[in-house]
Ligand binder design. Structure first.
Ligand code: AMP
Length: 285
C-alpha cells in the first residue's frame, strides 16, 4: 500500500489507471478509522480493481465553533487498518495543497442541504460537496463509497452527481453499529462512559419508531413524539432535531410514504451524535 500526499501526483496516477481501463473505487474519509470506514473499503475491494481511501480532515466542512482543530487524527494506525482490508492507496493531501492561496470555488447543492444537519451546521454541506468534487477530479473513480450513517450527506452527494453529470456510481453502505446499537463514529471517543451508555438511546428510539411504523403508525408527528419521549428519559441527552424526511429530497413529511428516513441529532455535552433509519429498510442494516 502506498500513501500519496500530492494532489498532482494523485491525478497523474489516476490518469494512468483510466488509460489502462481499471475500475477505481474511492472511499472518502476524515480518518481515525473504525469498522464503519473499513466496511466501506471492504465493499470497494469487492467491486473495484484499485481502492483509494482518502484521509483528509476537510476544513471547509467545519463551522467556526466546531471541532476541526481537535478532530482525532492517527495516520499510523489508519495505515495499518486500511492495509488490513486491502486498500491499495491512501490519499492524504495537505490542506494547503487542496485549498491554496486565492482558492475561491465551491459546489453548493440547494434544498436538500437546508434541513436536518444543514440547519444546525450552515456551510457544512457546501464544504462536503466541494471536497468530494475535488476528490472525484483527483482520483477519477468509477465508484465512490459512502456510509448510510451520514444519510443526508449521501443523499446530497447523489444529487450532486446526478445534477453535475459526474461519471461516478455512488454506493451506499449500511450503518455499522456496536453490539449495543451505538453507531460507530470517530467522535464516540469524546464520550464519557455514562454518555456512551445513554447514547444507546439513539438507535433504540429509532428501532421503536420503526416497529410502530411497521405496526401501522403512519403519522410523522406521532412517530417523532415516540422518539422524543424515549430520548428525553436520558438526562444527559439534548435533542437537536428528530425529523422524518423524504429519502430523496430530505424535506419533512407529515405522513409516511414510499421511502423516508427518520434522522436525529443529539448532543451529549460537547459531542454531537447523529443516527438514522430508513423506512422501509431496503438500504439499511
Ligand atoms: P467520516 O470519516 O466520519 O467523514 O466518514 C467517512 C465515511 O464513512 C462516510 O461515508 C461515513 O458515512 C462513513 N461512516 C462513518 N461511520 C460509519 C458507520 N458507523 N457505518 C457505516 N459507514 C460509516
Amino acid at each position: 500500500m502506498e500513501i500519496i500526499s500530492s494532489c498532482e501526483k494523485m491525478q497523474e496516477l489516476a490518469k494512468t489507471w483510466q488509460k489502462e481501463g481499471f475500475v477505481v473505487g474511492l472511499v472518502p474519509t476524515m480518518g481515525y478509522l473504525h469498522e464503519g470506514h473499513l466496511s466501506l473499503a471492504q465493499a470497494a475491494r469487492k467491486k473495484c480493481d484499485i481502492v483509494v481511501m482518502s484521509i483528509f480532515v476537510n476544513p471547509t466542512q467545519f463551522g467556526p465553533n466546531e471541532d476541526f482543530a481537535v478532530y482525532p487524527r492517527d495516520l499510523a494506525h489508519d495505515t495499518k487498518l486500511a492495509q488490513s482490508v486491502g486498500v491499495d492507496y491512501i490519499f492524504h493531501p495537505q490542506a494547503e495543497d487542496m485549498y491554496p492561496e486565492h482558492y475561491s470555488t465551491y459546489v453548493q447543492v440547494e434544498g436538500l442541504t437546508e434541513t436536518l444537519c444543514g440547519k444546525a451546521r450552515p456551510g457544512h454541506f457546501r464544504g462536503v460537496t466541494t471536497v468530494v468534487s475535488k476528490l472525484f477530479h483527483l482520483v477519477l473513480p468509477q465508484m465512490a463509497f459512502f456510509g448510510q450513517k451520514d444519510g443526508q450527506q449521501v443523499a446530497v452527494v447523489e444529487r450532486m452527481v446526478k445534477d453535475l453529470n459526474f461519471p461516478v456510481t455512488i454506493v451506499r453502505v449500511p450503518i455499522q453499529r456496536q453490539s449495543d446499537g451505538l453507531a460507530l463514529s470517530s467522535r464516540n471517543i469524546y464520550l464519557s462512559e455514562e454518555e456512551k451508555k445513554q447514547a444507546t438511546v439513539l438507535s433504540r428510539s429509532l428501532r421503536m419508531a420503526l416497529k410502530a411504523a411497521q405496526n401501522g403508525e403512519k403519522n410523522a408527528a406521532a412517530l417523532k413524539e415516540l422518539i422524543y419521549q424515549e430520548i428525553s428519559r436520558q438526562d444527559l441527552a439534548k435533542i437537536e432535531y428528530v425529523e422524518i424526511v423524504d429519502a430523496v429530497t430530505m424535506q419533512p413529511v407529515t405522513e409516511l410514504k414510499e421511502q423516508v428516513m427518520i434522522a436525529l441529532a443529539v448532543r451529549f455535552g460537547k459531542t454531537r451524535l447523529i443516527d438514522n433509519i430508513m423506512i422501509p429498510q431496503n438500504c439499511e442494516d
